[in-house]
Design a protein around this ligand. Structure first.
Ligand code: ZN
Length: 141
């Protein structure tokens, strides 16, 4: 199948002026869309950015300006360093206390799903914290 925004996504109005293009196919547990191309698993939003805008500078991650991890609209993506991405905090209502709670609940053996439900955040957010993709700069108390 050819990857085009119309094949792969559903346009919905989001928080930004232009619509969000939400990925319709497979997603990782962290909420990002992905697909396999040339035997490699690629993140949908990164692939779209690289094909429609250009290469993502080394070491940078794409921040979703619309806060929607499923969105692949290139205009909604901005390459930033990981620190900036995690500190912008516009994705969620996470704060330091929640980050620490997520970590301690995970240590107690609670599932991502339970933690997300208890704290009222998305599962992908919990996964991101646990994988230290986000808030990795916050040390345990
Ligand atoms: Zn968007």
């Amino acid at each position: 199948m050819e990857h085009t925004l119309s094949n792969d996504t559903m346009a919905v109005s989001g928080p930004l002026k232009t619509p969000c293009y939400l990925w319709r196919w497979a997603t990782f547990s962290n909420g990002y869309g992905h697909f396999v191309v040339g035997g490699k698993n690629v993140l949908a939003h990164r692939w779209y950015y690289e094909h429609l805008v250009g290469p993502i500078p080394r070491g940078l991650t794409l921040d979703h300006l619309c806060g929607n991890p499923l969105c692949v609209a290139p205009l909604h993506l901005e390459p930033v360093d990981i620190q900036t991405n995690s500190q912008r905090g516009r994705h969620t209502k996470l704060d330091r206390l929640k980050v620490l709670s997520i970590r301690s609940m995970a240590k107690e053996g609670k599932s991502t799903k339970d933690i997300a439900a208890i704290l009222g955040v998305g599962r992908w957010t919990v996964d991101g914290v646990l994988a230290k993709r986000r808030w990795g700069n916050i040390e345990d108390a």
